[in-house]
Design a protein around this ligand. Structure first.
Ligand code: HEM
Length: 196
């Protein structure tokens, strides 16, 4: 959203945190599960990041976005991976994920890269969970549930930036042209129901 002067209005991150937590099922218990394993998981996160970029480099649609940037991207990615196990999942984390989504919007990354990327990261995190805790099915189950919610939470917030950028583009168009939203909606509904 933008205001009448063209300034971007950011969402209410406290409210977005509540919303994303409800949809992803990220509870305090699950956050505590993630925090409780941070020391054991930390040494394996470098490999998670390496495998993530290795897989993406094999995807032609993704590889061109990574050219010449992989070393820097791996470092920021690893920092983010560590933050998954250190928390807290509060409005500051939500704002940072919203900004990460926004950065991807600005470099024109297709929106499906977000769900694809999170799926690849989940695959890796489940793999290391089974490697470390596979002999304890109850613990493994609780970690998989917690990782799933944390990744779902992060994806939910990143995708919010993509939707916001579409709204921003429309708001800018209305501001520049002086057209009212009501007229725009009337024109676009007429356009979409007309056979040319
Ligand atoms: C879905 C999971 C993903 C996460 C959590 C993630 C995380 C991040 C983070 C933390 C940054 C740094 C933001 C900053 O500078 O503050 C970043 C930037 C970037 N990411 Fe991702 N990323 C994801 C997916 C992808 C995918 C699938 C691609 C494309 C192949 C990609 C390409 C990039 C690029 C090109 C930048 C740098 C943008 C710039 O020029 O500043 N990311 N990402």
């Amino acid at each position: 959203m933008i205001d009448k002067k063209g300034n971007i209005i950011k969402p209410d991150f406290v409210e977005l945190t509540r919303y994303a937590k409800q949809f992803s099922g990220l509870t305090t218990e699950k956050e505590n599960v993630l925090l409780s394993i941070k020391e054991e998981v930390a040494p394996l996160l470098g490999a998670v990041t390496d495998n993530f970029y290795h897989t993406m480099n094999d995807i032609p649609e993704a590889a061109s976005f990574l050219e010449g940037r992989i070393t820097g991207l791996k470092q920021t990615h690893l920092n983010w991976m560590n933050s998954i196990f250190t928390g807290p999942y509060d409005e500051t984390y939500t704002e940072s994920m919203y900004n990460v989504g926004d950065i991807h919007v600005r470099v024109n990354l297709p929106v499906e890269f977000m769900s694809g990327g999170i799926t690849l990261i989940c695959n890796e995190l489940y793999r290391i969970t089974f490697d470390i805790y596979g002999n304890n099915p109850v613990k493994t189950q609780s970690i998989v549930n917690a990782v799933n919610s944390a990744m779902g939470f992060s994806l939910f917030v990143m995708q919010k930036s993509y939707h916001a950028s579409v709204d921003e583009a429309l708001d800018k168009f209305l501001l520049i042209t002086g057209m009212s939203k009501a007229l725009f909606e009337k024109l676009s509904s007429t356009f979409s129901t007309t056979n040319f």
